[in-house]
Write a protein that binds this ligand. Structure first.
Ligand code: 5GP
Length: 136
């Protein structure tokens, strides 16, 4: 069930400010408030979708196309299309999703290493980018 009071819903309604990067009929993109890389943006659909399961099941084709095209446009605006970037979607509990409105992260502006950090037995195994930041 979609929570209309989640922080991204409030940003979409203009109740909370954001540092906007791009907006069209289907998506809003803005800078993450707590950046984890030199470039860290969030791209969200304008529709009320909790996560990818909700979106894949219920979004209209034009909304799905709009989100994918929006991701590409934002990467282009951020200037990372040539240098490369990572887009990442945390989904549900095990995916570590904190905000229950579908969103993609775009990380870039530096080498991001490989893949992810995996939590094992209560210990976070630092790998790739997270390892880098741990020591930075
Ligand atoms: P998640 O863990 O759900 O994939 O990521 C949620 C992201 O939203 C986090 O990276 C967090 O820093 C970001 N975030 C949470 N609240 C706000 C906010 O009010 N403004 C912005 N710009 N980002 C937020």
């Amino acid at each position: 069930m979609y929570d209309k009071n989640n922080v991204f819903a409030k940003i979409l309604r203009g109740e909370i400010p954001c540092n906007k990067i791009y907006e069209d009929e289907f998506v809003l993109a803005f800078k993450d408030i707590n950046p984890q890389a030199k470039i860290h943006a969030l791209v969200i659909p304008k529709g009320a979708y909790v996560d990818m399961d909700d979106f894949a099941l219920n979004a209209k084709s034009k909304e799905i196309e709009g989100l994918i095209r929006g991701l590409g446009k934002v990467a282009n605006i951020l200037g990372v299309s040539t240098s490369g970037y990572r887009y990442l979607g945390n989904n549900g509990r095990d995916g570590g999703q904190e905000v229950p409105h579908l969103h993609f992260h775009i990380f870039g502006g530096q080498s991001l290493g490989r893949m992810i950090s995996i939590k094992k037995d209560g210990w976070r195994i630092k790998k790739s980018t997270q390892f880098f930041f741990w020591w930075d």
